[in-house]
Design a protein around this ligand. Sequence first.
Ligand SMILES: Cc1ncc(COP(=O)(O)O)c(C=O)c1O
Length: 380
Amino acid sequence: MIYLDNNATTVIRPEVLEVMSHCWREHFANPASQHRAGRRAQRALEDARESIAQHLGANASTYSPDRVIFTSGGTEANNLALFGLNARAPGKVIVSSIEHPSILGAATELARCGVDVQTIRTRNDGVVDSAHLGELLEQSPTRLVSVMMVNNETGVLQPIEKLAQLCAAANVPLHTDAVQAVGKINVRFSDLNVAAMTVTPHKFHGPVGIGALLVRSDVAVMPILYGGSQQLSSRPGTEPVALVAGMRCALELATQELDSHSRVMAVLRDRFEVIVSQELKDAVFIGRNAQRAPHTTCVAFPGVDRQAALMALDLAGIACSTGSACASGSSEPSPALLAMGCTHEIVRSALRFSVSVLTKEAEVIQAAQRVVQTIAKLRR
Ligand SMILES: Cc1ncc(COP(=O)(O)O)c(C=O)c1O
């Protein structure tokens, strides 16, 4: 099996497994317990929190260690952002039209509860329309804006710094979902001027079941879970020390040689695209005209049903996806691709291939050749 579904999740690195296994053995105690074993677990937890903040570029002026709020993953961190950030303030919530279902679903629930939710348009190249955000901010008071850093289906980079300037001028907090950005592009929390940011390590060879919301020190966050005083009550529940240690290790490894990792992934992605485009002249690479993170290609094969193609590729030994893992299996067309103005025909035939730094060049070449053969066969 050639695994090209790294945007859904990645294989865990052996070094990370080793750290977690040690931690489960040595720091199994509850970090809230007052005995020595509990205090040691607490120290391991807080050391990891500090390292994670540093590696995500949070500096002491915008951040204090207790504001890395650990959650069960990206979905929970995004929900905490939408329901919890600046929640007491009046005004509308603005999200982009290409967000992950964990933001769009939370926004739908907010709307059901009576909150005014507005959506920012996306340009045809897959970039969120910052001028439209400017207009929306001028129309009526806003309590929160949320725009992702890298789109999970196309890999298109979003203009977070520009959007942050607009939000700062309007004095509105901006949350960014950086789940597909960390480990792929340079992410420095404090330089971005955002109020909060979502990350999860299972997208960069860390464990699944853990994530975090980084929150700038001047921003209020209300909990969405109740009943414990852990993490200053902003996210109660016993902290999974070993998962946090695994997240720390994965992040350290992902950021150590980020530039070379990014180059490796871009070469792999480009290699794949060149082979496919040479053989299948009508293949449409969605978002290719915009700046993209290096790990993702979204390609449509007009006339071919994406679900049939996915199954045929699975039989041919290629793991890819029809879009967001949270929405896959659903027959609904991708809202993100539709928001970019793709036709239904393009959306119906689009597949996502995503590499990681551990993907081999030979695998990508093999995979591209098998994609070409499989699509040709389906067309016959
Ligand atoms: C952009 C983005 N945000 C959020 C998530 C959800 O993260 P998790 O699977 O950890 O809940 C994903 C997962 O695919 C994602 O790609």
